[in-house]
Design a protein around this ligand. Structure first.
Ligand SMILES: NC(=O)C1=CN([C@@H]2O[C@H](COP(=O)(O)OP(=O)(O)OC[C@H]3O[C@@H](n4cnc5c(N)ncnc54)[C@H](O)[C@@H]3O)[C@@H](O)[C@H]2O)C=CC1
Ligand SMILES: O=C(O)[C@H]1O[C@H](OP(=O)(O)OP(=O)(O)OC[C@H]2O[C@@H](n3ccc(=O)[nH]c3=O)[C@H](O)[C@@H]2O)[C@H](O)[C@@H](O)[C@@H]1O
Length: 479
């Protein structure tokens, strides 16, 4: 029986391995992690991450051919194929700080593999890594090999959170990069055979190592670029009276452009887009390609601009101050159907409002108070480390309260800010909410989930990203 071990039981390692176990009953899959609490949660009824459909998959194979364990060394030494799906955060210190990927966790995983392996291994990069990481990993492994042969493959993951199980069941493509040697090709075939259990052959793309590594960074950069493009247009729409939804629709009808990923928003979030683009920028700079680096940097600058613009709009429309005013924040996760808050635009918007001394009442159906308090008091990039290595008990932010009832969050608030597109926000009783707010009552919709016309009929002053402004907002331009 082929044995797979995955190092890193996170948003990627957990769901991908669960699906491999489900689709390949003839393979034994062990997911290992240094975080005891994560592994305990994977072995319990309360999984450590919220992802639609995940629980069913885990329950149907856990204890049969899917195991979660903290015994990292045992499972690594027994495995034929080792996936490495550990954190690759942005460096916060030293060379490349603020841009380069921090490969500390990767390197320590590689050194541990070299220490405990007694049989030949295929080591698969599942984490998103800089181009040429495989070369570095290969050096660590071969310099410490004790006669064991290693083949390194790059097999980046393209799942999106909230749809991870769907994405894994029917991926647009599976990408496998390896060495162009007979041993490298054999390793590619071994991994291809795993995916071939359920992915049609024409969707499994095999390339050289560097193409696979770079394709992952490129794919995320292209996706983020689309959002920054439409968000840049949203600012122009507000100045001209165009409606960004209509513009996106018209543009996306061109089959060469396509309609997906053209929703204007308060900005993209998530653990990877910014991190991976910064990483790409750093690689370009290291290769002397400054024009290319600047081109991609702009995608992040526009994203920051969009978040700032949103905060400025709120403050300027409320008589240039939110000091002492209650603002209800509806949604904190970086997108709907996940409890993940990594790099969520809500953090920057909340910090911007807190900077202007607002009192925030936050509601998100999947995010706990503890998480929100941590996010609002943590330093940039500190979030992307194993949980038990993150700074402990940051002080809580006093002007923030977190509630589990959206109407309670809204009660007495001067304004509502919609920051995540949870479906439930579409159909709230906005009349009841309006009646319980001081006037003028504002709605700032950062996800275009509400119908501004209906809310204006109730009496709200409504700002929807990229939509024609009402006269109140026109008279109070955001600087
Ligand atoms: N979150 C996502 O949707 C996607 C993430 N990725 C990439 O996948 C990688 C992992 O991301 P996530 O799963 O989101 O991160 P995560 O933080 O949820 O999981 C990483 C896990 O690795 C563990 N870990 C770190 N060092 C370890 C070591 N030496 N030994 C054992 N366990 C160790 C941590 O404790 C943590 O549980 C990153 O490179 C990310 O860029 C790629 C595609 C999608
Ligand atoms: O490498 C990764 O981590 C993953 O990053 C993204 O997945 P994810 O971040 O989970 O979620 P997305 O659906 O891409 O959304 C990212 C952000 O962009 C925002 N977004 C998305 C689409 C859109 O049209 N407009 C928009 O503002 C979302 O609200 C969210 O904040 C990619 O979609 C995945 O392919 C990739 O594997």
């Amino acid at each position: 029986m082929v044995k797979i071990c995955c190092i890193g039981a996170g948003y990627v390692g957990g769901p991908t391995m669960a699906v491999i176990a489900l689709k390949c009953p003839d393979i034994e899959v062990a997911v290992v992690d240094i975080s005891v609490s994560r592994i305990t949660a994977w072995n319990s009824d309360q999984l450590p991450i919220y992802e639609p459909g995940l629980e069913d998959v885990v329950k149907s194979c856990r204890g049969k051919n899917l195991f979660f364990s903290t015994d990292v060394e045992k499972h690594v030494s027994e495995a034929d194929i080792i996936f490495v799906s550990v954190n690759t955060p942005t460096k916060t210190r030293g060379l490349g700080a603020g841009k380069a990927a921090d490969l500390t966790y990767w390197e320590s995983a590689a050194r541990m593999i070299a220490d405990v392996s007694k049989s030949d291994k295929i080591v698969v990069e599942k984490s998103t890594v800089p181009v040429k990481t495989a070369e570095a990993i290969e050096k660590i492994l071969t310099h410490n090999s004790k006669g064991v042969n290693y083949q390194i493959l790059s097999n980046p993951e393209f799942l999106a959170e909230g749809t991870a199980i769907e994405d894994l069941f029917a991926p647009d493509r599976v990408l496998i990069g390896g060495r162009e040697t007979p041993d490298g090709q054999r390793a590619i075939k071994a991994l291809k055979d795993v995916y071939a259990h359920w992915v049609p052959e024409e969707r499994i793309l095999c390339t050289n190592l560097w193409s696979a590594e770079l394709s992952k960074l490129a794919a995320n950069a292209f996706l983020a670029q689309r959002i920054s493009s439409v968000n840049a247009m949203s600012a122009l729409c507000e100045s001209t009276g165009a409606d960004v939804a209509q513009v996106s629709h018209a543009v996306g009808k061109d089959t060469r452009i396509g309609h997906k990923f053209l929703n204007s928003s308060v900005g993209f979030g998530g653990s990877c887009f910014q991190k991976d683009i910064l990483n790409l920028v750093y690689i370009c700079e290291c290769n002397g390609l400054l024009e290319v680096a600047n081109y991609w940097k702009q995608v992040i600058k526009v994203n920051d601009y969009q978040k700032n613009r949103f905060v400025n709009r709120i403050v300027s429309s409320m008589f240039n101050t939110v000091s002492g005013k209650k603002i209800a924040i509806l949604g904190f996760a970086f997108k709907k159907d996940t409890g993940d808050t990594r790099e969520t635009p809500a953090i920057d918007v909340c910090k911007g409002l807190l900077g202007d001394k607002a009192n925030l009442s936050i509601y998100d159906p999947q995010v706990t108070e503890e998480q929100i308090q941590r996010d609002l008091s943590m330093n940039k990039f500190d979030w992307d480390h194993p949980v038990h290595l993150q700074p402990m008990s940051p002080s809580s932010v006093k002007q923030v309260s977190v509630v589990w009832d959206v109407y309670e969050a809204a009660k007495g608030a001067h304004g509502l800010c919609i920051l995540t597109e949870w479906d439930e926000f579409k159909n709230l009783d906005y009349k009841q909410i309006y009646d319980n707010m001081p006037k003028p009552a504002f709605v700032f919709d950062g996800r275009n989930v509400v119908d501004p016309h209906k809310l204006r009929e109730i009496g709200f002053i409504v700002y929807s990203i990229g939509k024609p402004l009402d006269s109140w907002l026109k008279d109070m331009p955001a600087v």
